[in-house]
Design a protein around this ligand. Structure first.
Ligand code: SAM
Length: 356
């Protein structure tokens, strides 16, 4: 197919002019996913150029608070799944969440991400009051708590929540059902539609390297992102957890994940794309590499260490430190890469999007 950077970037310019979007074609995405050598270098260079031109050099730091490891779902790949009897469960009460958020704001974060398993112990009122208290600290708030009703999403938005992360995980209905007992893709997509309708800045994304995922499915994942046009996209490799049914499935391929990220940058030039924790878990240089394949966001963990070991989606690697230490690591990395840290809230850069 002979792809080079000029052709890929030329194609992206074509995309923004909304004429003949060549990257929409699945075969070409599959070709890019398989690319090696010069073609892969061209893909990376194109993604970096598009990243620079659309979201700039700045990197947004979001402070991640993992506030509950309870989950009502049973996703086969996730260590938090309800059937995992070995998982140690914890919940931060609202005062603790606010205390962690206060420390995050003190450290300088302009966005906090509140993530948990799907834990209905936190009803809408509790969550809304918690968000209201955090919003008083002049910080953007993202929730990542899974599927809820339209009304619940609406109430949480009215409480001040700015953004919501909900990955679709895979675009293949059958694979989705195999991996998520009792759940289905259309409910997930319905939730994503509700979030967008309500006015959230929406994040979605998928996992690379799930068992049963072909390159054709991965290309469809990217095409689904193109269709959904989310403000943010999280793409990370599958990391096996020893206490799940997928314990012996090999990890997702880091290089394939990086190529997926780069293609995503070409498809959604304005999107906020994190160098994900899963990437940093599989490859000690994963954050840096993600930031060299189109990413512009890092999410340092600010959950108190005493809880962090029990939020085991998959085993973490590397030494963990408290919030200030994780932030120092991120600053050091970005300093060494010559990438400035954004001092803004890091709202969506999607054209035509109004943020609160
Ligand atoms: N419960 C919320 C939800 O469903 O959106 C948020 C928490 S969930 C643990 C966050 C993300 O972790 C999921 O969207 C999934 O993509 C990712 N994840 C879970 N297990 C994983 C694994 N073994 N490898 C890679 N990513 C994983």
């Amino acid at each position: 197919m002979g792809l080079n950077k000029a052709r890929l970037v030329g194609n992206y310019n074509t995309l923004t002019n909304q004429a003949r979007p060549f990257l929409m074609q699945k075969e070409e995405i599959i070709h890019l996913l398989k690319s090696t050598g010069e073609e892969e270098t061209a893909l990376q260079a194109a993604a970096e150029q598009v990243r620079r031109e659309n979201v700039g050099e700045e990197v947004h730091l979001r402070g991640l608070i993992e506030f509950s490891s309870y989950c009502r779902n049973d996703c086969l790949y996730c260590g938090l799944r309800r059937s995992n009897a070995k998982a140690r469960r914890y919940r931060l009460d609202p005062d603790e969440i606010v205390a962690v958020a206060t420390e995050g704001v003190r450290l300088g974060y302009r966005t906090l991400v509140l993530q948990s398993g799907e834990d209905l112990w936190y009803n809408t009122k509790t969550l809304a009051q918690t968000v209201e208290r955090i919003k008083k600290m002049d910080v953007a708030v993202t929730l990542s708590i899974g599927e809820r009703s339209y009304q619940e999403y609406k109430d949480l938005f009215l409480a001040g929540t700015d953004r919501f992360l909900l990955r679709f995980e895979t675009s293949d209905e059958k694979l989705y059902e195999n991996l998520h007992p009792g759940q289905n893709l259309s409910d997930r997509l319905h939730c994503l539609g509700n979030l967008a309708h309500i006015g959230y800045q929406v994040g979605s994304g998928h996992i690379v390297g799930l068992p049963g995922q072909s390159l054709s499915i991965l290309a469809s994942d990217l095409l689904l992102l193109k269709e959904l046009q989310p403000d943010m996209v999280g793409i990370g490799p599958f990391v096996p957890d020893p206490d799940t049914p997928l314990a012996h499935v090999p990890s997702g391929d880091v290089n394939l994940t990086l190529r997926t990220l780069a293609i995503c940058r070409l498809l959604l030039p304005w999107a906020h794309l994190p160098a994900t924790t899963a990437l940093g878990t599989l490859d000690p240089a994963g954050y840096a590499r993600g930031l060299q394949y189109g990413a512009n966001v890092v999410m340092p963990n600010i959950t108190p260490i005493k809880y962090r070991a029990n939020y085991q989606i998959y085993p973490r690697r590397g030494a963990q430190s408290e919030a200030a230490g994780e932030l120092a690591k991120a600053r050091k990395l970005l300093g060494a890469m010559g990438r400035p840290i954004s001092s803004s809230y890091g709202h969506s850069l999607k054209p035509g999007r109004n943020t609160k």
